[in-house]
Design a protein around this ligand. Sequence first.
Ligand code: ADP
Length: 625
Amino acid sequence: MSTTTPVRYLLHRFARRRSRQFVGGTVLVLLALAFQRVPALVIGVALDSLLLESQAFTLPLVPDAWIPTDTAGQATLVVASLVVAVGGESLCRWYGVLVYERANLETLHDIRTAAFETATALPLSAHRAEDRDLLSVLNDDVDNLEDLFDGGRAAVQYGGELVTAFAFMLLLNWNLAVVMALLPIVVAITARYYAGLLEPRYDAVRANVGRLNARLRDAIEGIRTVKSLVREGREAERVGHASGEYKAAAWSALKLRAIYNRVSWLLAVAGVWFLFGVGSYWILTGTPAVFTQSLTAGTLLTFIMYTFSLMDPTRKLAVEVLDKIESGQASSRRVVPLLRHDAAAARKDDVPPLSVTDGGVEYDAVSFDYGEGDGNEDGDDESTLTDVSLTAAPGDFVGIVGHSGAGKSTLVKLLLRFQEPDAGEIRVDGQPVADHSVRSLRQHVGYVGQDPFLFPGTVHENVAYARPDATRDDVVDAAKRASAHEFVAELPEGYDTEVGERGTTLSGGQRQRLAIARALLSDPEVLVFDEATSHVDTETEAEIQRTLRTVAADRTVFAVAHRLSTVRQADRIVVLDDGRVTERGTHAELVEQDGRYAGLWAVQTGAVAAAVETSTDAAETEVRG
Ligand code: ADP
């Protein structure tokens, strides 16, 4: 399976179940094309036999016995076949395109939803910082796959037009048809030649559009910085420059495109003239020796009408359709690897669920490293976490402290299995989390991250995110336990207030308390709280401290804290230093030990503020001196 090309994979997995629609649509479109050939043919015959009266009235593939012998009957037959042909073509094309397009849209819908499901099932490590790549696969590339199916349909349409026109030409007069076969060949060669010249210019246009858009986005997104540093002029200059380059690239492509348009028009005219010249000559002087059939004026007229069906579709096939299929293929190469993750993700969920009753947690000699390119720029060989062991009895409140970058967040993320340890084991109620389903783990371990995400919607919807069926009472109860009820009650519409995009209408502390309420709603046995470094004022901090104490009363809590006062009440405090546990104990014990924790505590409570100030002054004097 893994050796199939991406396009085959897509066809096999998504399009095959609609093969009846695809084939049916294709057959109808081909039928429409056959109908489309009839009018030119009938008009040619009518010209010869009814107007010029130079030929008997015969139609290819139609037995002579079926054809009326009187002129009035023949004229009626001409009109009737024109009406039937036009009606048949319209019906077949209308219904064929509808059937095909519907199958097309449904297939794309399936691919899009499958890709999104896989993307959300991917481990967090696959979601990089801004996830622009993943978003562009989900957005642009999945949309681009439409090109693939469109290209397929266009290939059927134009290929069919070319083939039916040529087949009818062969049927009418194979001598002239053979000569006219030259035409599509010349058109295809010219079209490919110009496409080769145009492609790099269009690439340049696209690249310039991208650069221009990036410039515009950066300037607008960073408008506060731009304004505060009075750089509007410079930004305008840069946008002007990017726009100028785009203009130049577009102009260069446009000029060549204009030449190509004229060349293909001239080619079409030359093709008709050529046909008219050759045909007239044959009619006047007889067909040259190698050929045997005689040519009539009516057949020549039919040929002239068919000529356009030789040239136009060829040009489209050679350039547009090829480009579409190529662009669709390129996107399929990006979408399919994502879709193929599916099987692997499904296998991982094929493990028993965790059964949690008490909420005891053990870290047993856990080591972890983000690996190369982990943003750890000091270039040392130190792991992010080394040999960390710690135990939280059911109901314990564990505080995790340490300097910024010590690995505190990483430590708690391992519990949630946002990352997997390189060595060691984490157990919840004695069960290794790695042997149980991630889903069940996260149902029992609540997580409140540093910058909780609020979705556009009401306060109620955000709190009830994990349990949409929760009643208002459930939500209010959770909010009360998270100390969020008071401020929510003061919002203009209480729990029905819209929080705005990403919760921008709320303060950082309010967002955090809503996130705690959200985590508490499912009443998890373990709650992990990763304190935000920024946007927490003293008042909010005191509030969250109280909240955590209440929350910790009936569950195990891990709290990553930057301010030691947040975890002062903890049953145990773990001090991390460069990924290792260096101290552990209660607040009182650690202060007693007079180690790193005691030092930090002294700084944060201001006991050593004076000393620090003095030493900073001294340092500054030194530098200045
Ligand atoms: P803390 O929470 O103590 O501030 P973290 O656990 O966030 O520390 O980070 C520990 C180290 O791991 C830091 O050097 C940080 O740069 C690195 N790190 C954190 N997250 C990632 C990540 N997603 N990918 C790579 N490196 C990371």
